[in-house]
Design a protein. Sequence first.
Lengths: 320, 286, 321
Amino acid sequence: MDHVLELKNLNVTYINKERKVMAVRSASLTIDKGDALGLVGESGSGKTTLAMAVLRLLSQAEVTGEAIFRGNNLLTMNNEQLNQIRWTGIAVVFQKAMNSLSAVHRIRTQIEDIYRVHYPKATAEEIAERMKALLRLVNMPERVYGLYPHEMSGGMLQRIAIAIALLHNPQLLIFDEATTALDVVTQGQILHEMVELEKTMDMTRIMITHDMSVVAASCNRVAVMYAGELVEIGPVREVIRTPLHPYTKGLMDAYPSLTGKITALKSIPGSLPDLSKPIIGCPFAARCARKIDKCYTEKPPMVAYDNGRQAACWLAGGNA
Amino acid sequence: MSVFLAKARHGIASALKDTQLRIGVIAILVLILVMIFRPVLMTVDPYYYGPDILAAPGENGHILGTNKLGQDIYSMLIEGIMVSLQVAVISAMISGILGVLIGGISGYFGGKVDTVVSEIINIFMMLPTFFLILLIIALFGNSILNVMVVIGLTTWPSNAKLMRAQALSLRERTFVKSAIAMGETKIQILLKYIIPNGIFPVVANTTMGMAWAILTEASLSFLGLGDPNVISWGQMIYDGKAYLTSAWWISTFAGLAIVLTVIIFYFLGDGLNHVLNPKYVAGRNK
Amino acid sequence: MKRYLFRRILSGILTILVVLGINFVIIKAAPGDPIRTLMGPENDDPVLRAALTEKWGLDDPPLQQFAAYLTNALQGDLGTSIIYNRSVNDMIWEKVGATVLLGFSSALLSLLIGTALGIVAAKREGSALDVLSSNISYTLNAMPSFWLGLMLIILFATQLKLFPSYGMTNARADYQGFAYVLDVLHHMFLPALTLILVSIPQYFRIAKSSVLQVSNEDFIVALRATGMPEKKIFNKYIFRNAILPTITIFGISMAYLITGVSLIEIVFAWPGMGRLVLTAITQRDYPTLQGIYLVMSVSVAVMTLVVDIVYTLFDPRIRFN
């Protein structure tokens, strides 16, 4: 079966004058048509780095492995081919839309430029037509087309960013912490609108977030990252109900339940390991409540279980 | 106070890692040493009107030549370090102290005081400072002391502005609020917490101010408003102007001395800015 | 926006009033007696003294003097030169043209050259070109402008004999039309070169740091993600965003035009305000000095306001706030 995107052993290392930081290590992941994959992890887990590396948007970083999209490895193709795929094949909605747009140009100007990257002969009217249709889709009034970014609120801009991402009907949409900077109410609205939108058009998306509730509300699959490594992958419901990896369990426990007894909040003690040094054994070992000796010396491989579930933990086998 | 010392200690340690700052500090120390040991380093008494008039560099043991009055240029240059450093330091101190106090009070006390003082600061920052200094020196006399004081009295606004911005943000900090809760008076807080913590950008700015002071003194001398009784590099350029075609060395070397010294202060200032404000270096810190 | 303008104009007016106040106060506070300067140290004629005191109003109470000074100044009368007995207005008006010619053309050229170099240095950060131009800029910034002028005279006028070292025109030849223009340009070359060299650093520095800063901003990465070619991103988006501080700097240099140019004019005996300043200083012609200070300050206040307005044309964020 053809995956929309297949990552094989992706490694991303940031090179700095003094040191190298291995931000993503041996990440392997597949995304199929219609998937809404939540890529979850705390700050510094490497999730944004992963997405940016796939599109080669990182400066000063060494990326190895494969990122296969439409049969070609994005990491090794030349710049022209890559630029063709950008936006038409894969589009991104960034965290703060205000920061994704030039402050001194009108929205219209930037959209026309973005559109004409791939269709240089398009007229202003054609572009306006297309954009206005998309604006309607994201519940935005047409008049915002002629405004400057700073004239709008964060929520409005985020919706516009989604519309811009849909310009060329990309096969894959990446939402990089797209709702993190918004207040809870707006975040809820946008997530809801997104799910509604999906009912009318085919969308395959990756939702990068640190917030498990966003994943629960809008995704069908989830991939959990810790310290640059993927530790668990699987269908959302099942992972949330019965997490295989102790880190995932820790993430679940950190969320208070809206129903049921009042229990103490459990946070995960400790902090991320130093990513500039190679990690021996499981990266989560030092913070894990259920570690055994083997966890410190041998890195657990990602093992596939039933129902499309995967986990990288020596103790996961017994629970599957 | 201990916060200040801790910050300062940490600051100095990481500071000396910055190349520009290192070079600047070493160079300044060298200048000071040269100034202290000048009797040894000079070849002749700079004030001595020797027999060799307008000698070219190299003639008769005059490394850099002599001027119309027979004074040895090389020795004059060394003597001139004193005036330059004095002007720089004294004007910077006056400007710094005034700026920190006024800016600190304005920013911390806020309210009407702040509105009025900010407006004053803005107006003074707009006024052509150099010309004002010129006017005052023309009126009040051109002794070197006047020059130092006047530069100090006219350049405090930029320091005040920086200090005020710091005071404004510092007064919201928890440790200040807890000091208020513990009953410390406004003056105490200002002197113990606000100023020591906010003074760092002012220090960097003051260093640039020192460079400006040296250039200003030179410009004043060039206009004939310098102090003819002291040997200053600016005065030397002024004296050499009449002999530009016949004795180029008089103006040239004095100017080079200024350029070098100003660069040293620039290094100090830039280095301090790097250290105190890492974002100052535009670029890759994502 | 209107409120902003109103506040700025108010500030400007306040500034001018402050300048007038300063002018007035320092004269009063200064040691010495202006009448004495005028009459010269030998003259003691009581009749002349009385006449002068009457004329300059120095016997009236201070507040009255200030009021008189204010009304005069606000009507455009900057007083009469003690030395030349001419209206300060006229004297300034005569000379200001030459200053503006030299100052404006130098400022424009240094903006273009400095900014262009700064942009290239930012694009090729770390390259030999960048290092070289940054160091040259740094050194130029440390030079006293008048000294650089003197050095250029030594090099070009004395040694190479390529350019004249003083004046605006060749007084002996009586050039007309195009030949006149060429002559002026020939004389303007060295002073302009001096001014340009000392002004390039500020444009270089701001252009380079601004381009670097904008290049690292998020929206540039976002644009890259759309497949937009680097060239377009740079020429349209980075440039337009990075150019904003340059506008401010240019405006500021326009504001301080007279001050900046004066020293150079003195070096090259260019017949502008600078010369006026020098003679006024040496002869302690205070009304002229005060008049010049006032004109400078007004120009600063006005130009700052103009810059603020022009800036809003370029930065829509300010426009709508």
